[in-house]
Each structure stands twice: as C-alpha cells, then as structure tokens.
Design a protein. Structure first.
Lengths: 191, 493
C-alpha cells in the first residue's frame, strides 16, 4: 500500500515535470474509471469522451494543486464531475440530444459479465432519466454529495435537490421493476 | 426494496462502471497539453513585448530632450549675449548688427521701417565682425530668399531653380562675394536697427511696408485657433459588442521609432553643428553649417503634451477569448516647444531641401514662451484582442494592432534656420495619413453583468513621420495613456 502510494507520488512528480510517459501512465491508470463517471452524466459516448478529454487536460493543468493527502483517484473524479456539470451547462440543447448509440461503448472486461452488464444497464437507465434528475441522482446516490452541496453546485435549493432526487429514484425503481419483469419473461421464454 | 439498500446497491454498481475510451481521447489530450505549453510561451512573449513597449514609450515621453545647440556647446543660447566674445566693444547698437546679404533684399528696401527691429530682438553681438559677415551671408546656403508683403508675395518670389547641394555651394560663394562687395548696403543697415543676426533680410510687415510697426517683432499675437474635430459616433448592432472608448495620456515625438536614442541621420544638417554658434571672429566655414547658415536661435526641445482619444469601437468575437476590434476614433495629440516672439509678417523662402515655403507669420526661435503644437486625428483602428486565461472574474485583455489615421488639422510649427532660427506653420509640411502600431493591456470588470467596462495602459507609435522629410527632421508620434472602455449594454430580445 505504501509502495503504491510512493509510486503514485512519483508519478505525480513526473507529471508535474512534464514527462510525457508519466502523463500517459496516469491517464491509463484512471481513464477507464473516469469514463464510467462521465458516461453517467452524459447521453452519448462521444460527449462522455469529450468530457473525459477536457477533464484530463484540467487534471494535468492543475496537478500542482493536488495536495498529496487524499486519494488521487478521488481528486480526479471530482474534476471529472465538475467538468461534466460545466459541459451540461454549456450545452443547453443537450436535453434534446437523446441519441444513444451502443457502438460507441467499449466495455473494459468480461471478467464478471453479470455484474458489468448490470452496472452498464443501470447506468443506461440512469442516463435515460430527465437531465435534472440524472445529474442530481448521480451526485447524491453515486458521488455521495449532500443535498445542500448539490444545491450549491447547481445553484438550486436543497429542497429542490431532494424532491428531484426522490422523483428520479422512484422513476428508476419503476423502470428496474419493469426491466426485471421483462428479463424474467425473456428468461422463461428462453427455457 | 428498502431505500437505503437500493441506494447502496446503485452506488456499488455504478462506481464500478469502467469503460475504455477510444485512442483519440489521449491523442487529443496530448495535443491540448502541447498547445497549452506553446500558448504559455506566446503569452509570456506578448506580455514582455507589451511591457517593453510601454516602458520604452514611457522612457521616450519622460526623458529630457536632447540638449540644444547652445547647451551642447556648454554655453547659454547665443542670443542671450553671454556666449559670444566680441573682439571689441561696439560703440553703437549698429556695430553688433551684421550686414544684409545682397541676394536677400527686402521687398521695399527704400523703406527704413521695414528693417526696423527692437534691439532686444537682435542676437547679441552675434556675427558682428565685418570681415566675417560675408562668410555668414554665404553660410545661409539658401538658393534664394525673398521677403515681401503678405499680399504680394506670390508674384515677387525669387527662386533659384538649382536644387543640388553643389549648386547651392556655388551660389554661396557668389553670395559671399556679393556680400563683400556691397559695403554700402551694410552701412545702410548699420544706420538702422536691423532684424536678426543680419545674415538674412529683415521682415516686411504684411499690411503696409511703409507704415510698418517697429515693434512688430514683439507684438503679442494670439496663437492660431485650434481646429476641433467631431467625435466619432456609430450605431450599434446586436451581433457586435459595441463600446465607448476613452483614453487619456501624453504624446510626444521621437526621431527614430523602435530604436533607443536618436540617430544622427534623422537630424538635419543645421542641427549637426555640434554647438557651433556664430561668433565674431570665428569663421563659420565648417560644413555642414556652411550650407545652412549659422544657427543663432537653436530649435527648442520638444516636450510631451497632453493627449486624449475618444471613439466608438466594435468587438467581433472570433473565438471564446479572442476578438477583432475596430471602429472610429478621434485623437488629440499635443507637444510643447519654446519659442520667441511672434511676427505677423509674410515670408517666402526655400527651405533646406529647396522646397518653396510661403508663410504669413512666424515665431522667432527662442525660449521666451511655450507654444503647444496640436494635432487632431481621425483614426480607424484594427486590432486583435486576446483574453489571457479563461477566468471570468477579472479577465486580462491583451491587444495589438494597427491604426490608420488622417490628420484633420494642426497648428504645429516647423523649425528652419532662416534668420538664425525661426518657427513657422505650413499645413503642407505635414503628412496627412498616419499609420500607427497600437498595443495595450486592460482589465475587464463586470464580466458577468450587463454593464461591462475595462481599463488599462495603452501605447501607440506612429510609423510615419508627422512632418515631411523635406520640411523638418522626422518626428514619429508616440502616445502613452490609460484607456477605459465602456461596453454598451446588450439589447434583450
């Protein structure tokens, strides 16, 4: 653990020196996880990759601000979330962009297909929520921000955040139930 | 499903979501990182260049002018009478008045009043030696010089058409000989007070040569009235960000833009006397003074004066942080010089470059009073503006560009070594079109609000001399000031 931390610190130092190899290494280390984060906030893989790209540029640009106290992954994740929120603010027409193309997806591994599929399908369901619901659900349920923090981040009241989250949650539960029923039906039909 | 369990499951599932990005993402990240690095160097370069130009402009505007001929020789101005050593004390005032060259005759030589000038106007004891008077006459170096009443000067102008320096030199010798051969004219002159150092003819009053006032030389005449140019106004459109541009600062000319110091090439021959001032007993035959005559009244230092700019500008955004700025501006520039007394008399002469000059009034060069040269320009700027950094709280804007200007009016004076040194105004002596390089730095406030404004230092340097080469030495206008820009609020549709 300590060795990992030391390696990470060395990696950060090398990145700060502007070494391209270290930058590439850092990117490879976190790109997959961070694309998962970006994917939850956007509605297309292309946009998710745009956010990821912008986020990593910020990461390298502001890496000197990273105080090597907390986990680097958490710091990068925070940058990605903020970048995604800015991206959504900039693209006001984003809500109308409902296209969703599977061909852009690149699942990482098939080690545990059931879990991975579940996570991806869950993420896809979250992405089908209305834009406001989607963001608040991600921020509260996944990132763990409180409603007060979400209210500050999005410029809304914490009450609005709460109610939006409750609606998003109910909608998602309904969809999951429906999905589960449909899945069972198709399973039985297959048997 | 309990709420907490659902939340926990969702978090666990979604946190583990990993997706592999396409290879293009890293390529773009790498490209962006390289571009940012390059951009940092460019910003650094611009900042350095801008600061350097601002500093240089400030240095040029605040530095003390080059020493005058008198100062450079370590002596006070010759017309003060302190620097000139006389071989013998003159018995009369006429003794200190040099002779008039034969080639330069007053329009009406029979009129004694024409040549009348108070004693305090004469350069003290300068060029009083009879033996050297001829030399000094020859030193004038002009092809021809005629003095006529203002109303009649066009028909009576005497102009030798030989323009080459060689021809001029030959003419000087001829003039010198004539000067020696005409002692009578000298005697005639000696009996009356004569204007100037005597190497040039006295000035004929413009209205009536016979009833010329003896105190015309010292008559205080108000300087020419300024010409006011209207401030530019333009209507705004919703697509362009319009702003009201205001600038206040100082202006002053320099002899050679983009070079520290002043090149000797930019100085006229009669400025290169190295402190050589006509004095009795000293034969002024050393070139190039010989071509232009001795300078009894050297040119004044040109001091910076106040300047301002007002206009309407439009900003066309070409990217998030860069824009093209253009519009219409009126600029007022001024410089200050020291002159002697005003002379409401007509002069026709050929300047050092054989350019015929006709003026109705002039100022004796000297240090008696301050004269303000005023320039009124109408300008069309075109500049590139770039915002440093992405922050919206207090954006820093760098700008650089060119400005095409037209000189609407000026009352500025030109120096000439005629009569030992005079200042005169000739509107033909100035280049009407001007091209300037502008740069500046500004801080924009109220970026998130409807009402925005910016403020910061700016500098502009003229790339073309204000004065035509054939009239006087080159003077490139410089401006340094503080610019404020008030952005017009956008219309809500």
């Amino acid at each position: 653990m300590a060795t990992e931390q030391m390696e990470q610190q060395k990696l950060v130092r090398d990145c700060l020196k502007g070494k391209p190899q270290a930058q590439r290494q850092l990117y490879e280390l976190y790109a997959d996880t961070m694309l998962g984060v970006c994917y939850r906030y956007t509605r297309s893989m292309r946009d998710a990759e745009d956010v990821l790209q912008e986020g990593f540029v910020k990461v390298f640009h502001h890496l000197n601000q990273y105080k090597q106290e907390g986990e680097l992954g958490a710091w990068i994740r925070r940058i990605m979330v903020n970048t995604a929120l800015n991206f959504l603010k900039r693209h006001r027409k984003y809500q109308e962009e409902m296209y969703f193309t599977e061909e852009y997806l690149h699942p990482v591994s098939q080690e545990d297909p059931a879990v991975r599929l579940h996570a991806k399908e869950l993420a896809d369901l979250v992405r089908q929520l209305p834009q406001g619901y989607q963001v608040i659900f991600n921020l509260h349920a996944v990132e763990g921000f409180s409603h007060v923090e979400i209210g500050e981040m999005l410029g809304i009241s914490d009450g609005t955040s709460r109610s939006q989250y409750a609606r998003a949650r109910n909608l998602l539960i309904t969809w999951l139930k429906k999905y589960s029923t449909d899945h069972k039906k198709s399973s039985y039909a297959g048997k | 499903m309990p709420e907490s369990e659902f939340d926990k499951q969702v978090q666990q599932e979604l946190e583990g979501l990993k997706l592999r990005p396409s290879t293009a993402v890293w390529e773009n990240v790498e490209k962006e990182l390289r571009r940012k690095k390059r951009r940092r160097y460019i910003v650094f370069f611009w900042l350095l260049a801008g600061l350097g130009l601002l500093g240089y402009t400030g240095y040029l505007l605040t530095q003390k002018g080059k020493p005058t001929l008198a100062e450079s020789s370590g002596k006070p101005a010759d017309h003060s009478g302190k620097t000139v050593q006389q071989p013998a004390a003159p018995s009369t005032q006429s003794d200190i008045i040099p002779s008039i060259p034969s080639t330069i005759k007053p329009a009406d030589s029979s009129s004694p009043a024409d040549q009348a000038t108070p004693l305090n106007e004469t350069p003290s004891a300068a060029a009083t030696q009879p033996g050297t008077s001829a030399d000094r006459e020859g030193l004038n170096g002009r092809k021809s010089t005629a003095l006529v009443p203002a109303g009649k000067n066009k028909g009576k102008r005497k102009t030798d058409k030989t323009g080459s320096p060689v021809a001029r030199s030959g003419h000087q010798q001829k003039t010198s000989t004539q000067g020696i051969q005409e002692p009578e004219s000298r005697k005639e002159t000696e009996s009356k007070p004569v204007d100037m150092a005597g190497q040039n003819p006295p000035v004929v009053p413009a209205q009536d040569s016979v009833k010329a006032k003896t105190d015309s030389a010292v008559a205080a005449v108000p300087p020419p009235a300024e010409t006011k140019a209207p401030a530019a106004k333009k209507q705004s459109s919703s697509k362009i960000k319009w702003s009201l541009d205001l600038g206040v600062g100082g202006s002053g000319p320099i002899g050679s833009p983009f070079l520290i110091g002043e090149s000797d090439n930019t100085r006229l021959a009669y400025d290169q006397t190295g402190g050589m001032i006509a004095s009795p007993g000293s034969p002024l035959v050393t070139p190039p003074v010989v071509n232009y005559g001795p300078v009894y009244f050297p040119r004044s230092d040109i001091k910076p004066g106040p300047a301002f700019r007002i206009g309407v500008l439009g900003e066309w955004a070409i990217s998030k942080r860069s824009s093209i700025v253009s519009g219409l501006q009126y600029q007022y520039q001024s410089t200050n010089i020291r002159t002697g007394s005003y002379r409401n008399t007509a002069l026709i002469f050929n300047n050092y470059a054989s350019q015929p000059v006709s003026v109705t009034s002039s100022y004796q060069a000297g240090l008696q009073k301050t004269f303000t040269n005023r320039f009124h320009y109408l300008q069309i700027p075109l500049s590139f503006q770039w915002q440093v950094g992405k922050g919206n709280k207090l954006p820093v804007l760098l700008s650089a560009g060119m400005s095409a200007g037209y000189l609407l009016a000026t009352n500025a004076l030109i120096y000439d070594s005629l009569q030992g040194g005079i200042y005169y105004h000739d509107k033909n002596a100035f280049n009407r079109f001007q091209l300037s390089f502008n740069t500046g730095l500004a801080f924009r406030f109220g970026n998130s609000k409807t009402f925005q404004w910016s403020i910061g230092p700016e500098a502009s340097m003229g790339l073309r001399s204000q004065v035509k080469e054939e009239y006087d030495r080159k003077q490139y206008p410089l401006y340094l000031g503080i610019r404020a820009r008030l952005y017009l609020p956008k219309k809500n549709h």
